[in-house]
Design a protein around this ligand. Structure first.
Ligand code: SF4
Length: 505
């Protein structure tokens, strides 16, 4: 018998968050790595909000996410929904569900999209409903529509100064994270890098919390010209300069790529892959959020490229967008210089697109799109890493496409070491053992490369060590070893010493 339904689908519409509630309501957020989360907290507090970072997601959260939302969803959705629900349940036990709905709101990123990213709010809604927390309010900051006062209420004002604060926070913490990963594997005193990074992030928290207030338009000018952040980063640089390193340890360099959430978080959602790789003897090249945002800018501008000469104003918008992209990169590089240009540069989006073009169409978006392929080839051709470790979420459509495209890349470049890891959240041994197999080959390559550089320059390890002892400034974490004709840090150091000694490499 046919059944008829009279209950139509209604999109989730939370009660608005009002200005009057600002002093009593805490904004919850999370899903990134701890450095940027701490600085974003400072940006929110600087704008007059109460803010709290959710704890790092755990396996327990994954199971809760699967239980209360759609079991077939991609694993980042399960982790993040379960993480929110478990936090709220814990709070509700102490103060009751009604009070939780009154005292907290949740803010996260969302968008329309080719994948589940466009349906995050449905997953959250389902999870909240199934947990008896229907009245709880969560808001999505759509990546493509920042002014959402109508949906959110007037409590949260995503104004220009706050947006710029978030952006500058991303730049600064990306630079710190990148340097941290270059230094820790070589530190002479174990634990010193972690201590310096913690201190630096707390320092940046204060810097962003005390950022001077400006009107929106003055704020743009101020952020672009002020020495406030470059001064702060020079102080971070000074803190790093206390660390002594031994860069003659031969280590394979592993570039992390993959889905945004998995490549960004550090914890159980990605099997603690960053720390695991370090413990296995690798140097990790982390994925910067700055690169991801540069990609989003490029994606947005591609539409105007396609419509130039067809749609009125498209060419002008493209030109303005290119200027904005130039300013974005100029700002990042300005801050990078304040840290001694030690952190990795951001790759050109045009180069990434060009490299990926034979394998992945640049107009296919969702996940990292063609950038994932482009980054792997960029790291390979420019000797930025010995191996690519790609973190692919279980049940992720865009990443499945990228892995398919990478099969073509590996067919063309068989010596590109590529470890695609499917991350389910609960199959750690399987994923890590797969990674270990490729890492073993990467270790051999790093050692071969080092031996080859020694042979080419005619130097021995003892001679290089003696040279470093005679030049102790070269043993500082902030000494810049130029990127030479090698991927490995130790090999590049030997090439650099050889050049200083006037030898050919
Ligand atoms: S890119 Fe993949 S993992 Fe990320 S939201 Fe989309 S489907 Fe999920």
């Amino acid at each position: 018998m046919a059944t008829a339904t009279t209950e139509h689908y209604r999109a989730y519409t939370p009660k608005p968050f009002t200005r009057a509630e600002r002093d009593s309501v805490t904004i919850l957020f999370g899903g990134l790595h701890w450095r940027i989360e701490r600085v974003l907290q400072a940006v929110l507090e600087n704008s007059g909000y109460r803010a709290r970072v959710l704890p790092i997601a755990t396996k327990e959260d994954l199971l809760t996410g699967r239980e209360v939302a759609d079991i077939g969803q991609c694993c980042p959705t399960s982790f993040t929904t379960g993480n929110l629900v478990n936090f709220l349940r814990g709070e509700a036990k102490q103060i009751g569900a009604a009070e939780v709905a009154k005292r907290y709101i949740y803010l996260t990123a969302g968008s329309c999209g080719a994948c589940r990213f466009g349906q995050y709010h449905q997953s959250y809604e389902l999870a909240l409903r199934n947990s008896g927390l229907d009245a709880f309010r969560m808001f999505l900051m759509a990546q493509d529509q920042l002014d959402q006062k109508a949906a959110m209420g007037d409590g949260l004002d995503l104004n220009l100064p706050m947006t710029l604060g978030c952006l500058w926070g991303i730049f600064c913490t990306d630079l710190v994270q990148d340097l941290e990963y270059q230094v820790r594997p070589y530190e002479v005193l174990p634990g010193q890098t972690d201590a310096v990074v913690k201190d630096s992030v707390e320092y940046l928290y204060e810097v962003f919390r005390n950022r001077p207030a400006r009107t929106p338009y003055r704020s743009v000018f101020w952020h672009l010209t002020t020495p406030y952040f470059t001064r702060a980063l020079r102080e971070v640089y000074r803190k790093f300069s206390q660390i002594e390193v031994d860069r003659l340890r031969v280590k394979p360099k592993v570039k992390i790529t993959g889905e945004f959430y998995l490549q960004t978080v550090e914890g159980e959602p990605n099997y603690n892959i960053h720390r695991w790789l370090e413990a296995e003897g690798a140097e990790v090249y982390p994925a910067a959020i700055t690169v991801w945002m540069d990609y989003l800018l490029r994606l947005g501008l591609q539409r105007f490229e396609d419509y130039s000469g067809i749609e009125k104003g498209a060419r002008l918008k493209l030109g303005l967008g290119r200027v904005a992209q130039g300013i974005y990169r100029w700002t990042f590089n300005r801050l990078r210089r304040a840290m001694g240009s030690l952190s990795h540069e951001i790759p050109s989006q045009f180069e990434l697109r060009r490299l990926a073009a034979p394998y992945f169409h640049s107009r296919l978006d969702g996940g990292e799109g063609d950038m994932l392929v482009g980054k792997a080839l960029w790291a390979y051709h420019r000797k930025k890493a010995h191996m690519i470790c790609e973190l692919s979420p279980y049940s992720c459509m865009p990443n499945t496409m990228s892995i398919g495209a990478m099969a073509g890349v590996v067919g063309r470049y068989p010596d590109l070491l590529y470890a695609p890891l499917e991350i389910k959240g609960d199959a750690e041994v399987h994923a890590l053992s797969r990674c270990q197999m490729i890492l073993t080959e990467a270790k051999k390559r790093a050692q071969r490369e080092f031996d080859d550089v020694l042979a080419r320059t005619g130097l021995t390890v003892d001679e290089v060590r003696a040279y470093l002892d005679a030049h102790p400034e070269m043993k500082r974490a902030t000494y810049r070893v130029p990127h030479g004709d090698a991927a490995g840090t130790a090999a590049n150091l030997v090439l650099h010493v050889a050049r200083r000694l006037g030898r050919r490499g």
